[in-house]
Design a protein around this ligand. Structure first.
Ligand code: COA
Length: 336
């Protein structure tokens, strides 16, 4: 891919996030399965994660709508001024309608277009690149991009499922992307990749037994299956690779980026990237200790934290990076 040039600019006009109230701590997990705070903390850096209220009928939609509502308020826009909603999720409350359709109705966005995209943990990063092009290409003046998942519904909180269950938490985040007269603003480079031959290393089976060749194990139905070591190796190699690819496309060096907004899968994976590129802690935020791996919610959650702390400024360069099931991985580099 070559660096981007465009006639109109695209700005990140606002951000927002939403979290369930319930803090599922490592200590609480100790009461549910054979595990320990020490084991989890040492291997993943996670202390607690949030879990949606299981009595609520549409938790993914609720979190997504709440996050987008906050992003609209941050952008100073009314819901009925938004042009389109695209939502990255792999845990829609039902196969149809989509989270984005319900979120549009909840927020009062009128009859605007709304659709979901599933690229697992890479979903939000892929979706902001796509949404950028819809504005840069002149089709829309503004797009609301949501990244949201209630992945804990697919976690098995018994000792059988502990390998994956301890990692995940629920969250939603959103950005409002808007057309800008400043053509320097917008996406400088992007990368999207997939390798379906790695599907077995991270997947959620259903009763039909897809993916697994063996007779389906009822304990596995609808629960996350993960080969932790294989995924770890994949992430540790692809994560720096996609950063380098995106920097090369933009003709920039690692030091030219102000914030690496990264998918939070494991603090060791993030720390190895910090080391590899010689980044100070301030350029690569790790918040996995408080939220765990929140799938499509993780990147917008990190961005929104930085924004609310006043650390996001006009003129900065921000790279969003993610990897996950599929397997998928990608990056989207922005000039603010
Ligand atoms: N608590 C205590 N022990 C556990 C455990 C838990 N929650 N989960 C697994 N174990 C045990 C295993 O049963 C195994 O025991 P054994 O040696 O007696 O067989 C032992 O701990 C080691 O398990 P293993 O899976 O090899 O651990 P690991 O060192 O690979 O760490 C992960 C596991 C999941 C933390 C690590 O592989 C990882 O982070 N992988 C990447 C996952 C990821 O990023 N996924 C999302 C991508 S978007």
């Amino acid at each position: 891919m070559t660096p981007r040039t465009r006639a109109v600019g695209v700005e990140i006009a606002g951000s927002g996030s939403a979290l369930p109230e319930h803090r599922l701590t490592n200590a609480e997990l100790e009461t549910m399965m054979e595990t320990s705070d020490e084991w989890i903390l040492q291997r993943t850096g996670i202390r607690e994660r949030r879990r949606y209220d299981t009595s609520k009928p549409y938790p993914t939609t609720e979190l997504g709508a709440e996050a987008l509502g906050r992003a609209l308020a941050d952008a100073g826009m009314r819901p009925d001024e938004l042009g389109l909603i695209v939502c990255a999720t792999m845990t829609a409350d039902s196969p149809t309608p989509s989270v984005s359709c319900r979120a549009a109705a909840t927020l009062g966005c009128g009859t605007i277009g709304a659709m979901d995209i599933n690229a697992a943990c890479s979903g939000f990063v892929f979706t902001i690149s796509i949404a950028h092009e819809l504005i840069a290409g002149g089709l829309y003046d503004s797009v609301g991009v949501i990244g949201v998942d209630t992945i804990t519904r697919h976690c098995d909180y018994s000792t059988f499922g502990r390998g994956a269950a301890i990692l995940f938490g629920d969250a939603g985040g959103a950005l409002v992307l808007r057309r800008s007269d400043d053509a320097r603003k917008g996406m400088l480079a992007q990368a999207m990749h997939s390798d379906g031959s790695g599907a077995r290393s991270l997947y959620i089976p259903n009763g039909l037994g897809q993916i697994v060749d063996a007779e389906p194990d009822p304990r596995m139905d609808e629960k996350i299956q993960m080969n932790g070591k294989t995924v770890f190796k994949f992430a540790v190699s692809k994560f720096p690779e996609v950063i380098e690819e995106t920097l090369d496309t933009a003709g920039l060096r690692a030091a030219d980026i102000d914030h690496y907004v990264c998918h939070q899968a494991n603090s060791r994976i993030l720390e190895s990237a910090r080391e590899r590129f010689g980044l100070p802690e301030s350029k690569l935020r790790i918040n996995i200790d408080r939220y765990g791996n929140t799938v499509a919610g993780s990147c917008p959650l990190v961005f929104d934290e930085l924004k609310r702390e006043g650390r996001i400024e006009e003129g900065q360069r921000v790279m969003f990076i993610a990897f996950g099931a599929g397997l998928t991985w990608g990056a989207s580099l922005w000039q603010l």
